[in-house]
Design a protein around this ligand. Structure first.
Ligand code: SAH
Length: 230
């Protein structure tokens, strides 16, 4: 069984930690009542689509020979990079859950008394949890020596990320208005905005979900108004 190989043990440990973090915080937030929900069919479909590449295929690869046809060799340098990405992903996943607290939900929802979180890891990027899942996905690909179990998560999460993030930012804009638009000016989606790169990204805001932020506003804020560490 593949699970006895050292790098697969590393993956399995990370996998367990990932779900312990997720279910620990999910349980805490379970009883929060939701005032606005956009948990429509698309949301449900995307979430369901995440199950095979994040859970089913890795477990089949680790515990059965069913996916052996897609096995390949991975050098130890790649394994080490994958393990490093996984550790960073787990840290970021934990911190984003801790910072979001009761404002977390598995879908697009706002609870009664929802607060806009802009501290902790949210101070630098608007979607640290999605950033963590990106890192995790690439880490999974680099750790599991199987094309299917390793890499299928990347296209599926990419679809989920690109469909969901603008809708989520739209929802946050509707709820928090200028407070969220101001927050957008000082943060990147999943990459912190620093120096020249940060300023250039500010011009792209009008393409994002927060449609009310006009290109003129973005240009205006792309100069001295960018204060990522405030
Ligand atoms: N996209 C964020 C949060 C994912 S959890 C991240 O990647 O870290 C999804 C829920 O978090 C959404 O339904 C939304 O209500 C809530 N949310 C997203 N950003 C938030 C923020 N800055 N403050 C409070 N709630 C937020």
């Amino acid at each position: 069984m593949n699970v006895t190989q050292p790098w697969n043990v590393v993956f399995l440990l990370g996998f367990i930690v990932f779900f312990v973090i997720r279910f620990g915080y999910a349980r805490a937030a379970k009883h929060e009542s939701r005032s606005i929900s956009r948990f429509g069919w698309l949301e449900k479909f995307l979430l369901a689509l995440m199950f095979p590449p994040t859970v089913l295929l890795p477990l089949l690869y680790l515990f059965t020979p069913l996916l052996a046809f897609a096995d390949y060799e991975i050098t130890s340098v790649v394994h080490w990079i994958g393990a490093t990405l996984m550790v960073i992903a787990l840290w970021l996943f934990w911190r984003s859950h801790a910072d979001l607290g009761m404002n977390w939900s598995v879908s697009l929802e706002l609870r009664d008394g929802h607060e806009l979180v802009t501290h902790g890891v949210y101070r630098f990027i608007r979607h640290p949890m999605y950033a963590a899942i990106w890192l995790w996905s690439v880490g999974q690909g680099m750790l599991l020596a199987n094309w299917l179990a390793g890499w299928s998560v990347v296209p599926v999460f990419a679809a989920m990320y690109w469909l969901r993030t603008p809708r989520e930012e739209d929802l946050m804009c509707q709820m928090f208005g200028d407070q969220y638009r101001t927050y957008m000016r000082t943060t990147g989606r999943i990459v912190p905005r620093f120096g020249i790169v940060g300023k250039r990204r500010a011009d792209e805001f009008s393409e994002y979900g927060c449609q009310q932020l006009t290109a003129a506003e973005s240009v205006q804020t792309s100069s001295e108004d960018v204060r990522p560490f405030e």
